[in-house]
Ligand binder design. Structure first.
Ligand code: ADP
Ligand code: MG
Length: 384
């Protein structure tokens, strides 16, 4: 939605002009899956879908929140009274950011906020991070806090982990805060060092499709916990802080040392090879060989399916069908057990691939997937 509409919405709601309008995007992860809790590498890029917020400061200790996308009108809170995990509603995300800023010693007295978002909610595209980051950036600007983007991302992660109570890594908030148009973000989740990598698909006649399978298998949370625990066990058995510390060149020796721990061996092999794939994708993109990343994405899918075992029939169907109809590469993206897959393809092949995937889903008796193009877009910014 345009900045003007959000500004008008604010005026109608609060009877005064906002001090500005900000936006922050959702994201897709290109490569680097289940690496973030192993201190490894990820490589997200920002979507054109954004949360947009009109904001004005208040000095009277009141925080007013409104989303155009949610029933229930304006919610009024007092920043001084905010307490973690007491709010199960959408307002916990923006209020959590105010809480995290204040807890870190930043003098955020209050604000009026009106927002709306085009990031699909709950679809694995990080609508929650978009909501947090747009509020954090607006308050950083208005209260002149001088925080850098990566610091805002850390505070937003803290808001989500501690205030909302959702255990998430640092990727989503960093992507929303730091991505640049035409680039993917190479992020080291250990020290948060980052590098913008050219990823301008349109200029090369390429497209990246997101295929949302619309399924979410119920056991995903428990399985996520098991994978995490298995990775920790692997690191402990190998005597390293995190699997990130197992060099790719020493993988075979490390796997041999795991003896009869077959489960752990598979998890370790995925994480170590996935970090290597991220580095390979970075090298290919930096050398301008963008098409060559396709097979690396597909390798990543095989590793997630066979070694890490977090794929599902619907995600495999997208990947197999896309590859059989001419895609350069395809993989599941996000945690797995449902959610979305990404497909890299020549622009000329997009219609054929989309149709083939839709037909394959229909033939399997599955709900039609939602397919859209993901253009690597700008990170959070002030828009008016
Ligand atoms: P994801 O981040 O993958 O989209 P989450 O479960 O982490 O999924 O976050 C979704 C939640 O974020 C929603 O349940 C809602 O509370 C909040 N949210 C997302 N978009 C909006 C919006 N436009 N207005 C209000 N709340 C929103
Ligand atoms: Mg989220």
């Amino acid at each position: 939605m345009g900045a003007e509409q959000v500004r008008d919405g604010f005026v109608e709601l609060y009877g005064a002009e906002p001090e500005g309008v900000w936006s922050a995007p959702g994201r897709v992860n290109l490569i680097g899956e289940h690496t973030d809790y192993n201190d490894g590498f990820v490589m997200p890029f920002a979507l054109p879908h954004t949360a947009t917020a009109a904001v004005a400061r208040r000095e009277d200790g009141v925080l007013r929140l409104h989303s155009a996308d949610v029933e229930g009108g304006v919610v009024e809170l007092r920043p001084a009274d905010l307490t973690p995990q007491t709010d199960g509603n959408w307002t916990a995300y923006p209020a959590g950011v105010v809480w995290a800023l204040r807890e870190a010693g930043h003098p955020v007295a209050g604000a009026d906020i009106h927002l709306t978002s085009t990031v699909p909610s709950g679809g694995g595209l990080s609508s929650s991070a978009a909501l947090e980051v747009v509020v954090a950036l607006a308050l950083n600007d208005l209260y002149d806090l001088g925080l850098q983007r990566w610091q805002l991302a850390r505070l937003c992660q803290r808001a989500e982990n501690v205030y909302v109570g959702a255990p998430t890594g640092i990727m989503d908030q960093t992507a929303s805060a730091c991505c640049e148009a035409g680039h993917a973000l190479f992020l080291d989740t250990r020290d948060l060092s980052q590098k913008q990598i050219p990823f301008d698909l349109a200029a090369l006649g390429l497209r990246l499709l997101v295929v949302d399978t619309q399924v979410k298998h119920a056991h995903s949370n428990g399985e996520y916990g098991k994978r995490r625990a298995g990775c920790e066990k692997g690191a402990a058995l190998l005597g390293v802080d995190a699997l990130r510390d197992v060099p790719y060149t020493e993988l075979d020796a490390a796997l041999a040392r795991l003896g009869d721990e077959e489960e752990v061996r598979r998890l370790v092999r995925h994480v170590v090879t996935e970090d290597e794939r991220v580095e390979r994708v970075v090298a290919l993109l930096e050398s301008g060989d963008t098409r060559a990343i396709g097979p690396v994405l597909t390798e990543g899918h095989a590793s997630l399916r066979d070694d890490f075992r977090v794929s599902c029939p619907e995600l495999d169907l997208v990947v197999d069908t896309a590859l059989a109809s001419g895609a350069l590469g395809a993989r599941m993206t996000g945690g797995g057990f449902g959610g979305s897959a990404i497909v890299l393809a020549e622009a000329a092949d997009v219609d054929t691939i989309t149709k083939a995937v839709e037909e394959a889903f229909a033939a399997a008796g599955l709900t039609a997937p939602r397919v859209f193009e993901a253009v690597p877009s700008a990170g959070a910014r002030r828009v008016s």
